[in-house]
Structures are given as C-alpha cells and as structure tokens.
Design a protein around this ligand. Structure first.
Ligand code: SAH
Length: 219
C-alpha cells in the first residue's frame, strides 16, 4: 500500500481521542483501539485531511463511514472482551470492523452491497486488522452458520428490531442496534439475561443510513 500511517496521523488520532473524551466516551479500551486504527486509510484519499475529525464521510455506493463518536458509543455498549465472537452487520469501509479487531474480537462481518463488499474485502487483505470472515449477504437475518455471538453490532438504521439477531446471542450476549423508521434512530441495547429473556436500554439519538433487507441484487 502506498499510503502510510505516519507520526502526524498518530498525533491527529490522539487529538480525536481527547475530543471523544470531552464528548463523554470513558471506556479506556475503546479509546485505545481508536488511538490505534489508522482511520485515514479507510477513507478515500481525498478525505484524508479530515479523517480525524469527528464526522461521517461518504464511502461510495451511497453509504457513509460512521462518525467516530458513533463508533465509540456502539463499541463501548457492545462490551467487547478479548476473544469474543462478534457479528457486525454493515461492513461498509471496514473501520468499525477494525476497531473491534483491535479490541481482540473475532469478527464476522456482513455487507449486502456487492461493490462495497468487493472493495473492502480486498482492502482488508492489505491491513493488519482482518475479520475472521467477510460475508456477502443480508445481515437482517444474522449469520446462523457461526451463531451464537457474544455481541452483535448493527451499523445501519433498522426500521424495526430484526428478531433473528436476538436469537443468535449467547447467554449474556449483547445486541447494539439503532432502531427507528424516520431519519433518526434510537440506539438500543439488548442483553440476553436468560434463555428466553432480554433486557433493553436506550442510549440516545443517532442518524444512520437505512438497514435494507435482502442482498442488493434481490431487493
Ligand atoms: N460500519 C460501517 C458503516 C457503514 S454504513 C463503517 O464504519 O464504514 C452501513 C452499511 O450497512 C453500508 O455499507 C450498507 O451497505 C450496509 N447494509 C445496509 N443494509 C444491510 C444489510 N441488510 N445487511 C448487511 N449490510 C447492510
């Protein structure tokens, strides 16, 4: 790869971490992961100068990379421990995936847009943060083949809760998902507390691109 991670980028990342702290992110492990992952390499080179601002950016195919604050919030809610098996729905450019891997998670990640799937799959091969598997498919139905998961994170706005995802959690497993059918969503966290019960909590309003059903070609 001709683009590099240099000292100046580390400086910008440290700055971003301070900004996230002032915005209320306290999870030290999450902040450390964000300090490690070179976000500028996950963006088109034309956005490189802005990569460490707390902003969302276009990544092609009408999709966006989530704002660092959103990534930090969702990752902290997921309570990732090293070795956890995590399912990510909505790979996009792979930045959130990399943050999870930097925390020691084994990540399975699903993307429904073929163009992004191909591009990001190639990109992962050039980076040190690689998922266990990247799947071209519809994350709405989860990934039964590798279930159950210690955590499931959805990085697109779901009009309603996809029940299949709850079924794919381990006991104690967490599902972090933005739910809402308008232009904004409420961040929901579900924890599987018994074989049949879940606790639910809400964690603020966010704005995501929509979670779409089926694969791109089929919808
Ligand atoms: N985590 C990503 C965020 C990308 S935006 C990042 O950091 O870049 C949300 C992504 O979810 C898009 O790439 C979109 O194509 C994908 N998506 C939407 N509906 C989906 C579905 N049903 N299954 C899998 N991916 C989906």
């Amino acid at each position: 790869m001709h683009r590099k991670d240099e000292l100046k980028h580390q400086g910008m990342r440290n700055h971003l971490v301070s900004e996230l702290k002032t915005k209320g992110i306290t999870d030290e492990n999450v902040l450390k992961a964000i300090a490690k992952v070179p976000r500028h390499l996950y963006l088109d080179s034309s956005f490189e100068a802005h990569a460490y601002q707390d902003k969302a950016f276009p990544i092609g195919a009408n999709q966006t990379i989530s704002q660092p604050f959103t990534v930090a919030t969702q990752t902290a809610l997921l309570e990732v421990k090293s070795g956890d098996k995590i399912l990510e729905v909505g790979t996009g450019c792979g930045y959130q995936t990399a943050v999870l891997i930097a925390l020691g998670a084994k990540v399975y990640t699903v993307e429904r847009q073929l163009e992004l799937f191909k591009k990001t799959k190639l990109f992962f091969q050039q980076m040190p943060y690689r998922p266990k598997k990247m799947i071209y498919g519809d994350g709405y139905i989860g990934y039964a083949e590798q279930a159950p998961f210690d955590g499931i994170i959805v990085t697109a706005g779901a009009p309603e809760l996809p029940e299949a995802l709850l079924k794919q959690l381990t006991l104690g497993g967490r599902l972090v998902i933005p739910v809402g059918d308008g232009s904004t969503q409420q961040m929901h966290k579900y924890v599987k507390t018994s074989p049949t019960k879940f606790s639910k909590s809400l964690h603020g309003e966010f704005r995501f691109v929509p979670l779409l059903e089926d694969k791109e070609g089929l919808s």
